[in-house]
Ligand binder design. Structure first.
Ligand code: XUL
Length: 540
């Protein structure tokens, strides 16, 4: 008998399913619903809608619901043995909040198989859109909450992060301030992860410590809702939040709706969902120190496993709960793949041509340097998007192609220094990680080996791994994380990109230059053009 496990990932642009077979150690099925293409009636662009200005970015919870039903229908039509699935877990884009009224839980319990999920759940939303992680419109609320908690340092000490525009607490506060009646009509506020889990469970599902830490509402040490943070955010908030749970909690069995409509086994276990970053941590097999992952997706993220709690008092990096029950560090960039695509589209080239051009230009870019804020940036905080180019202009194809890639990795190196330990090895995942030329720049900038994973679904895979672990643990057939990860991932097979030692000094100098330009533009520092000319003289 095969033991099958399903990992789902509700990300910014798509909903993906990965079905894994523990006995063969293989992913046996993958399917992805692309929101823009497969559900065009929502008219999203890259899975989101921009409301008003570029700072207000939302998505549709009903679109995620519709995608879930479409995905499962597809699995059924393709005769995937869904009745053999032992456990399901999932992953959601972090921070996004879903606002539901008092009909939500009752509706979930009384779902009618003859009707669609979306049509039945529509009346249960007290807000039709969800502010998501790309939203940066809550600076005022962040300041108010931070002030109430005693300032930057005490906020970070308490919550593991500064108050951050995209985090759920400031978003909830903004909703309460701007739409008080709708806030009062809201009975429960879910994260994307706990919302999707609730639908599968047929009642309100908890939020795990990984995703909970991205809300500015959870005490990072006790892993409980923090009363001071709740009070500083909005009235009666505690009664509107689901409970918090360990990341390995079995939250119940699959709702009869899915059993009756699609033929799942009524015994299918559901494991609490988590955020995409905590799931990816496990999905790439990061359970030890000295290694970090760089995920090149809609957002670029840099994250690693932390055995002990480590905080960034600059307020840029974050600490979340890890699926192992420990901690993880995370730095998130909004100017990830969308920024790379801007350059690609500007010159009307494909990825192959992008690579060729990247290869043609020398490391150090002849001293051309970019600060790539095509969109408002999270790290460092830039609210008004603007791209700064030093030593070249927007028509210089080589300058721009290498400029964006070097800028992204130099910024990662610069802003990850608070984590202390210098990574010896980087695991690269996400769409752009399959591009070896981009990854060579990453290896050179960090002077570290980079292992490329040949899959891009680390969040869904991590969710499947969590389902495996919790299921076997509950059956008293305990499996270590190491055992599970090595059962599926053949590390020997992954491509390793080695840093080119020739460029160690060049990138050390360029990092220094990059830092100076950031300070010049964002903190009114000294104009470093002279240093750049010195750099050009030294290397070109
Ligand atoms: C992390 C973050 C993003 C989202 C979407 O803090 O905002 O990585 O989780 O991927």
């Amino acid at each position: 008998m095969r033991d099958l496990f399903l990992g789902l990932d509700c990300s910014t642009q798509s909903l993906t399913a990965l079905l894994v077979d523990y006995n063969s150690g293989k992913v046996i099925y993958r399917y992805s619903i692309n929101f823009d293409k497969d559900l065009p009636h929502y008219k999203t662009q890259n899975g989101v809608i921009i409301l008003g200005d570029s700072q207000v970015i939302h998505s549709y919870p009903l679109m995620w619901v519709e995608a879930l039903e479409l995905l499962i229908k597809r699995m059924k039509n393709e005769k995937i043995p869904i009745n053999k699935i032992k456990a399901i877990s999932g992953s959601g884009q972090q921070h996004g909040t879903v606002y539901l009224n008092s009909k939500f839980e009752r509706t979930l319990k009384e779902l009618d198989v003859k009707k669609s999920l979306a049509s039945q759940l529509e009346p249960t939303l007290s807000r039709h859109t969800s502010p998501i992680w790309m939203d940066s419109s809550t600076t005022k609320q962040c300041e108010e909450i931070r002030k109430n908690l005693g300032g930057l340092i005490s906020t970070i000490e308490l919550l593991g992060s500064n108050t951050i525009e995209r985090f759920s607490g400031p978003q909830i506060r903004k909703f309460f301030q701007e739409k008080i009646n709708d806030y009062n009509n809201t009975s429960i506020i879910h994260l994307v992860s706990s919302f999707m889990a609730s639908i599968l469970l047929g009642k309100n599902a908890p939020i795990d410590h990984g995703d909970g830490a991205g809300m500015n509402l959870m005490n990072i040490r006790t892993k409980l809702w923090d009363d001071r943070a709740l009070e500083a955010t909005a009235p009666n908030l505690k009664e509107k939040l689901p409970s918090l749970a360990h990341p390995f909690t079995i939250i119940g069995k699959l709702s009869p709706f899915f059993v009756d409509k699609f033929g799942f086994n009524p015994d299918t276990n559901l494991i609490v969902w988590s955020g995409d970053n905590p799931n990816s941590l496990i999905g790439v097999g990061l359970i030890e120190r000295g290694k970090v992952a760089v995920s090149l997706g809609t957002s670029d993220t840099y994250f690693g496993y932390l055995h002990d709690l480590y905080l960034d008092f600059q307020g840029e990096g974050h600490v979340f709960g890890a699926p192992t029950g420990d901690y993880m560090s995370l730095i998130c960039y909004k100017n990830g793949s969308l920024a790379r695509e801007r350059i690609k589209e500007r010159f009307n080239i494909n990825w192959e041509q992008f690579s060729e051009i990247l290869n043609k230009s020398p490391p150090g870019n002849n001293g051309k340097l970019m600060l790539p804020y095509f969109f408002p940036e999270i790290v460092p905080q830039v609210l008004k998007p603007q791209v700064y180019r030093f030593g070249f202009d927007e028509n210089d194809i080589e300058g721009n192609v290498r400029g964006i890639i070097e800028a992204q990795f130099l910024s990662m190196k610069l802003h990850s220094q608070w984590i202390g330990e210098k990574p010896k090895e980087i695991y690269a995942t996400g769409g752009a990680s399959t591009n070896k030329d981009i990854i060579q720049v990453l290896a050179n900038v960090f002077n570290a080996r980079v292992r490329i994973f040949d899959f891009t679904d680390s969040a869904a895979l991590g969710a499947a791994f969590r389902a495996v672990k919790s299921f076997y643990d509950s059956e008293k057939k305990i499996k270590s994380w190491h055992e599970i990860i090595y059962n599926f991932i053949d590390f020997e097979k992954s491509i390793m990109v080695k840093p080119d030692k020739k460029y160690i000094e060049l990138y050390r100098d360029m990092l220094d230059l990059y830092k100076k330009y950031e300070e010049y533009i964002l903190k009114s520092g000294k104009n470093p053009d002279l240093s750049r000319l010195g750099f050009i003289k030294k290397y070109f």
